[in-house]
Design a protein. Structure first.
Length: 535
């Protein structure tokens, strides 16, 4: 049973994991902006009000559907390593693994480039018009949410280690700010104003010397050219035919390939004949996921450095071979070492405008408060994507190298019919859970015909298999929400799964259905604090 009804709209729809972010998007649409304008404005507002999740120091990706041409476009805003970050760099520091936080965990931020390129390619509003809410909230303060307060407490040592971050997020007693305490980031407000005047160059050229000087003072090895040489890229999105629907995903370095490979394996049988949330179906999906994750670990990396076997792994022949390898009665032991399950810290949003243009947008600083390093004069919190993505294994496709992009947890999807009419636009944050939860949503929509709110409220699971298996080894656990019935839990245990039952798996899925121009239905995950709003 749904906990809330879907949102309805005839002229536009937005959905995000934060009400202030959704409010920004709606305002842009009502003022005449299109889906791209609204998505960028929402991304800017979330960069302010969700400092634990995203920001100008992180990465961003999106899929954009142009209703006039019926084409799907994608922008990849993942940042590379600096030119000095080689295996030798870390080995010379006597490191056996890349640190997950701190000064040596940072890659070049790609998000700001995406903001400007998105508006240039597909938008109708200026950056200045899109950033007004973000500036207002950063300058005048915004109320700390329960989740942000909780994350500050959980990462209190990381926050306290950085003077600028602690001044922003801690109270006078040096404790985490409580819910509704105001958080200010006036330096970030100034930075966003600066970018509205000087554009992308303002970040990657004008401010880069300030970033590099500060980061070097903390022990980094960046050069200003690492920033000035960067620009996001437009990529051809991937897609597969799933039950006569086209599922679009981001190309590598995004691990959207995992989402499509799982669906390719599931495509080999009629899931609609199985029962939802029962052991037979969950087992099949988990085992398909294990295969896709192993393939990602073993074969995929930055296309400039690694040949990615996309065509082979998305072929029906491979899907059939993988499906046939699954034992319906036994859980497969994972060959790769596992590391601490990375839930990720990301936020995502979806938008449809009055013309039927749609955007699925996702951005992140990788982990909670990223690297834990904030440049004090600009208010920019830097990501820790280098530390959570790369490894030091010689010959591995995701081994660190100068100027290389790590394979990236961020992925986002969009669904059309075979005539390329967009019918769904969706996504979720959640690190390595993203392809798992996105698959569950697609199955709920297409195989079982659930409405958008039902599809994201259905009982959820995730199997703790990391895509970066070079850290501490932990047990492979299948976590199930307690709304999944006991008989399914018992049967999955009998199949060899190590099962943990919890009240809530987490996640913040956002989803919009387009039933035709002017007929929009939006849903926002009640597991988060956001909303869908139509008008």
């Amino acid at each position: 049973m749904k906990s809330r009804g879907a949102a309805l709209g005839t002229r536009g729809m937005v959905a995000s994991a934060n009400t202030l972010v959704s409010s920004t998007g709606l305002q842009i649409l009502r003022n005449g902006g299109n889906a791209m304008d609204a998505a960028i404005a929402m991304a800017l507002t979330s960069s302010v009000v969700l400092p634990d999740m995203c920001g100008l120091g992180g990465d961003a990706f999106f899929l954009y559907y142009d209703a006039t041409t019926k084409k799907v476009f994608s922008i990849n805003g993942s940042g590379p390593t600096g030119r000095n970050y080689s295996q030798e760099y870390f080995k010379n520091k006597k490191m056996s693994k890349i640190p997950e936080t701190g000064i040596d965990s940072i890659s070049i931020p790609g998000a700001v480039s995406v903001f400007f390129e998105g508006l240039k390619r597909f938008g109708t509003f200026s950056f200045e018009k899109c950033c007004q809410d973000a500036i207002l909230l950063a300058e005048n303060g915004y109320p700390c949410s329960e989740k942000t307060s909780s994350y500050i407490s959980k990462k209190i040592d990381l926050v306290k280690a950085d003077k600028a971050l602690s001044e922003m997020l801690l109270d006078k007693q040096n404790h985490a700010k409580k819910p509704f305490d105001l958080i200010y980031n006036k330096p970030l407000a100034h930075t966003i104003k600066y970018l509205s005047e000087y554009g992308e160059t303002g970040f990657y050229n004008h401010l880069a010397p300030k970033f590099v000087t500060y980061l070097k003072s903390r022990g980094a090895a960046f050069e200003t050219s690492d920033f000035s040489d960067y620009h996001c890229t437009e990529e051809v999105p991937l897609n597969i035919n799933y039950r006569n629907k086209l599922i679009f995903q981001l190309a590598p370095v995004s691990q959207g390939i995992i989402h499509l490979e799982i669906l390719n394996i599931l495509n080999q049988t009629d899931i609609s004949k199985m029962e939802r949330n029962k052991a037979e179906l969950i087992h099949l999906m988990v085992e398909a996921k294990k295969i896709a994750f192993e393939d990602r670990i073993n074969y995929f990396g930055d296309p400039k450095f690694v040949k990615n076997p996309i065509t082979e792994l998305l072929s029906s022949e491979y899907g059939k071979k993988a499906y046939d390898s699954i034992d319906p009665e036994k859980s497969k032991n994972i060959k790769n070492n596992l590391c601490d399950h990375e839930s990720g810290h990301t936020t995502s949003m979806v938008v449809v405008d009055s013309e039927g243009n749609a955007c699925s947008f996702i951005h992140s600083i990788s982990d909670v408060f990223g690297s834990g390093i904030m440049e004090p004069e600009t208010g920019v919190i830097f990501n820790n994507r280098l530390g959570t993505g790369f490894n030091l294994m010689e010959g591995h496709p995701n081994c660190v190298a100068p100027g290389k992009k790590t394979m990236h947890t961020l992925n986002t999807y969009l669904i059309t019919d075979l005539d390329r009419n967009c019918i769904y636009v969706g996504n979720t944050p959640g690190g390595d859970n993203q392809p798992q939860w996105n698959t569950q949503t697609v199955v709920n929509l297409i195989d079982f015909g659930l409405d958008v709110q039902e599809a994201i409220e259905e009982p959820r699971w995730f199997d703790a298999q990391s895509t970066n298996p070079f850290s501490k080894t932990v047990d492979n656990i299948l976590t199930l929400e307690s709304t999944i019935q006991e008989d399914a839990v018992k049967q999955l245990t009998e199949k060899g799964h190590k099962v943990l039952v919890t009240d809530q798996c987490g996640g913040a899925s956002q989803l919009i259905q387009i039933k035709g121009k002017g007929h929009y239905i939006g849903a926002s995950d009640p597991r988060a604090n956001g909303c869908a709003i139509g008008y």
